[in-house]
Unconditional design. Sequence first.
Length: 72
Amino acid sequence: MREIYGHRPGRILIFILALSLIWYIFIVPFVVQHNNYLFLGWVPLVVVIWNIQTIVWLAAIYIYTTKYWPYR
């Protein structure tokens, strides 16, 4: 963690992950609380949001580890 937070790209990664975690904990429950919307007719909105969350995390970690990883 010290290595990641020690340079600017690592701080940006931590910021993106923290922001999406805050979104996931505080915003998503209110959005899907009384929502029965089905995406494409069969996928619940909660599953779509979980997948978007996972894709954001994977993209952020992939970009960081391939371009800005300090121990290559």
